[in-house]
Design a protein around this ligand. Sequence first.
Ligand code: E4P
Length: 219
Amino acid sequence: MKIFLDSTDIEYITRLRPTGMIDGITTNPSLMAQSDKGFEEVLRDICTLIEGPVSAEVVVTEAGEMYRQGRYLASLADNIVVKLPCTWEGMTACRKLADENIGVNVTLCFSANQALLAAKAGAMFISPFIGRIDDTGADGMELIEEIRSVYDNYGFETEILAASIRNVEHVKNAALIGADVATLPPKIFEALIEHPLTDKGLEKFLQDWKATGQNMPIP
Ligand code: E4P
């Protein structure tokens, strides 16, 4: 499963880049609002740091305007993917952009039927929002399962991008179901490595090594 970061934090992205694990970035207008830089600068900086897809969201609702804003966003860097909301207007703009080989990430997906339409409109990614579904009392992960089945039934190539991830269980379950991508807030990405037995085991290994009195050189 590919891992994207759901962030506009340039310092954080710069710090994590050497791990080689960041396959792409997602942004949205709310994340842009958290940055003290303008959106163009943010997008250009991110696209310089990360080779993979960088999702940039339109902020209009009419199909023609979405299409034009999408083309403008895509002109900022080769790896920009245009994020469009899952509405009929969004579907129309998606088809037009996809026909011009501009990648589209259809966002705010809350049903398998919406995901079916996005795939038929040529979306590169569909973004089901797991956490926001959980917030309503339903199980967001069921939607990932449903979309996986629908896409596999018909061989759609649209990638399932598990979004609105709130905890490490979401990440594990998305991977088990076969989501193609999960986009993670920084704190969830960091938490993926944590396990108390790793910490305990490491402490014991280092303690035992220290007791040998030996030194291992760092050439
Ligand atoms: C992904 O593309 C979305 O921007 C993001 O995952 C939304 O997450 P939230 O529901 O925590 O805002």
